[in-house]
Design a binder for this molecule. Structure first.
Ligand code: TYD
Ligand code: MG
Length: 458
């Protein structure tokens, strides 16, 4: 007989406590602790998934040898989606697609499902949030009504598992969303951590046994009312986040974990009336409104995964009337801005303590690469001194606390992309490996090799 215990579980981070509290002691979130009843033994999923081999039976051990070197892939033909997954879907794997409500997750996955189904692969789309009529209306708007996607609204995991066990094994099963799933043997309400964990692990192990690719959609919420998809990140093979800023039509699909491919890879989409359109050349898009000779802007030659992307960094430095001046960022990390400001003050004698500082990455992209520091510093100085960055110039390099500019990877790829987009000059860390020896290098610094900068004509 299963033993039952009452637990108080934080819906934000999954921490378990013996008592209710207004604030989670682990993650600090407020009003996110919910009482859940959990069956301790057997494991939460035991009634759903039959576990082979009982007590005393020897486990099988196998060798590392494999016939194929790379995991087999199923391409969806949505090339930006395939790029982020590392070349297509891997049979028998699980992918989590997280994002804020309304960002476009259902739209993206319906498009991916339809693209795959049109290629002849059997695809199942389970929508726990919308009625089939709503999904059909969306498909009609996207011009995908004819795609042979099997549509369902089942949310009971035991029913899903038994329907998927009969007949032809699908290539792809999409569950939209994981927060609507529930299992009868778990007493917690749908959307709680216990349900989320139990249902996800049952579906994931079923997908691995049957060999289909499972995509779980998860909403990220700030209020903590619904258990965050973070608690199932460790169970899945690939974690993708769909991001974007309100007011921007660009959407970015970012891989943050991938057992079958590179992470930090991004796919860029544009949300329009007819769904998500792939953006094949994101640099051109992010720079489409870039104005040369405008103070406070600098173009950063960045890398997102394996792809170089040029993006405009905008800064506004204005005298502050506040005791503690404001520092605000969009698409940038606050601590990194504080660090650049501190380095400018301490190492370059630039006084910013009496100024409000705003830093914005154009187009809704979120920069995480330290290589963007130099461009951000240039934008800040350009705004402070009201002097534009020289025309057709791009920058990259990491600013260290000593004030040195550190070398970064993929210099050649960044320069190639910049040249392709019409930039004629790049400012980069001195000594950064630029393969083409015939490039006309002119040192713009005081002659120091390491820690300084150099200028390269493209
Ligand atoms: P949706 O895919 O439902 O988001 P999620 O599943 O992440 O909650 O997309 C919701 C938003 O996208 C909604 O505000 C309307 C907008 N949208 C478009 O602009 N164009 C379209 O073709 C579609 C289908 C949606
Ligand atoms: Mg949705």
């Amino acid at each position: 007989m299963a033993k039952r215990s009452r637990n108080f579980v934080c819906q934000e981070c999954g921490a378990v406590t013996a008592q209710w509290a207004g604030k989670c002691a682990t993650c600090g979130a407020w009003n996110c602790i919910v009482e859940e009843q959990e069956e301790q033994t057997p494991p939460a999923t035991a009634n759903l998934v039959s576990i082979k081999g009982g007590k005393g039976r020897k486990a099988n051990f196998e060798t590392l040898k494999t016939e194929t070197r790379d995991a087999p892939r199923i391409e969806t033909n949505l090339s930006e989606f395939d790029r982020v997954t590392g070349g297509g879907l891997v049979p028998g794997s699980a992918i989590l697609v997280g994002g804020e409500p309304g960002i476009g997750k259902s739209t993206l996955l319906l498009q991916a499902a339809a693209a795959l189904a049109q290629n002849g692969a059997p695809v199942i789309y389970l929508s726990g949030e919308e009625a089939t009529a709503q999904v059909r209306m969306r498909a009609a708007r996207l011009g995908l009504s004819e795609a042979p996607v099997a549509l369902g609204t089942e949310t009971n995991v035991a029913n899903i598992v038994s329907s998927l066990s009969d007949g032809e094994t699908p290539a792809l099963v999409i569950v939209d969303s994981v927060q609507t799933l529930w299992a009868e043997n778990l007493e917690a309400a749908p959307g709680t951590i216990s349900q989320l964990r139990g249902c996800s692990s049952a579906l994931i192990s079923h997908a691995k046994r049957k060999g289909y690719c499972l995509v779980l959609v998860g909403h990220v919420t700030k209020e903590g009312q619904i258990a965050g998809p973070k608690v199932i990140e460790h169970m899945v093979d690939t974690v993708l986040y769909f991001e974007g800023q309100s007011g921007h039509q660009f959407r970015i699909l970012r891989s943050v974990k991938n057992r079958f491919g590179p992470t930090d890879e991004i796919g860029v989409f544009e949300m329009g009336y007819e769904g998500l359109a792939e953006v094949a050349n994101p640099s051109a898009l992010f720079l489409s409104d870039h104005e040369e000779n405008s103070p406070g802007t600098a173009v950063f030659a960045g890398m997102e995964g394996t792809r170089p992307i040029l993006v405009e960094i905008q800064a506004l430095v204005a005298p502050s009337s506040l005791g503690t001046p404001r520092r605000a960022v969009v698409g940038w990390d606050t601590n990194r801005l504080a660090m650049i400001i501190a380095v400018l003050e301490a190492r370059c004698g630039v006084r910013l303590s009496g100024h409000d500082v705003y830093l914005n990455v154009a187009g809704g992209l979120r920069l995480t690469e330290p290589a963007a520091d130099l461009a951000a510093a240039a934008a800040l100085l350009s705004s402070l001194t009201d002097t534009p960055v020289p025309e057709h110039t791009t920058l990259f390099g990491e600013v260290s606390l000593t004030g040195a500019i550190r070398r970064v990877g993929h210099a050649e790829q960044r320069l190639k992309e910049a040249a392709k987009l019409g930039f004629s000059r790049a400012i980069l860390p001195a000594g950064n490996d630029v393969q083409s020896k015939d490039r006309n290098k002119a040192s713009a610094d005081d002659g120091q090799k390491n820690g300084g900068i150099e200028q390269v004509e493209l």
